[in-house]
Design a protein around this ligand. Structure first.
Ligand code: UDP
Length: 246
């Protein structure tokens, strides 16, 4: 799937719909073309502005999904709109559906002990044919042991859910050692699949208010979320700068 990347403050987002991203994942799995997928939201883009190495990790991915209304808004402010928001947690389920068609193998890494297992049970139930070939929590010390366990399980796809930038660094650092076709950095998605973190009601998602729901559920995220207005301000400043410079 050919895609033009849209630059949002240094991060190039693929301008694809959810089904186009899914078609690309299907091609990569069919052709055993190795790669990794990142799902930055506005807070993560903001974080990457001052971190060249992290920004390079994001831009080197095979697919960069605009995960969140903030990124879509930023692209619009900059005058280069993105087709649609594609939430990592939803894309992860699309990949489960793809794997389920051919008894594909999925390994889940991340979150607190017990969560990856619970998420695996729920996903296997929801997508008959999907093989959950292993799970491990995200609070490990011995990376080598984790990598060995993953390779022994022979997954086609690995969900790495350690939060950003930890998950992207893990994927990039161990890309050659990990014998996996597709790796997805999916933040808190396992908590969602396991049912321990509820997503916002549909009406809030439709009104682009998912961030408000998360803030109400986890007020300690306020500091992190303050990056969102800062991100919007930076996009607006950049737009004005470009206008001034013609
Ligand atoms: N996590 C983990 N290992 C760590 C730190 C975090 O497995 O060392 C997990 C944490 O339990 C949570 C997820 O990573 O399930 C991060 O979720 P969050 O919603 O904060 O992700 P982000 O917004 O960064 O994508």
């Amino acid at each position: 799937m050919f895609s033009v990347r849209i630059d949002v403050m240094g991060v190039g987002f693929d301008n694809l719909t959810k089904s186009e991203f899914t078609a690309k994942a299907e091609d990569m799995l069919r052709n055993k073309e190795r790669g990794y997928v990142v799902t930055p939201n506005a807070e993560i883009v903001y974080e990457s502005i001052h971190d060249d190495a992290f920004r390079a990790l994001l831009n080197d991915a095979s697919m960069v999904l605009p995960d969140g209304a903030g990124v879509v808004l930023g692209a619009k402010i900059l005058g280069t709109p993105i087709k649609e928001k594609v939430a990592g947690i939803e894309f992860g389920e699309e990949v489960c559906k793809l794997l389920a068609k051919n008894n594909g193998r999925l390994y889940l890494l991340g979150s607190k002990p017990g969560i990856a297992n619970a998420a695996g049970e729920k996903l296997a139930q929801k997508y008959p044919g999907l093989v959950i070939c292993g799970t491990a929590d995200g609070y490990f010390k011995d990376e080598k042991a984790v990598i060995e366990k993953i390779n022994e399980a022979k997954p086609d796809v690995l969900f790495v859910c350690l939060g950003a930038p930890k998950q992207e660094k893990f994927i990039k650092e161990h890309f050659d050692e990990l014998d996996v076709t597709l790796m997805l950095g999916l933040g808190g998605s396992l908590d969602g699949y396991a049912g321990v973190a509820q997503r916002a009601p549909k009406w809030m998602i439709d009104l682009s208010l998912e961030w408000l729901y998360r803030l109400m559920k986890e007020p300690k995220r306020l500091g992190r979320m303050m990056r969102l207005p800062k991100f919007v301000a930076i996009c607006t400043g950049e737009k004005l700068r470009r206008k001034r410079n013609g």
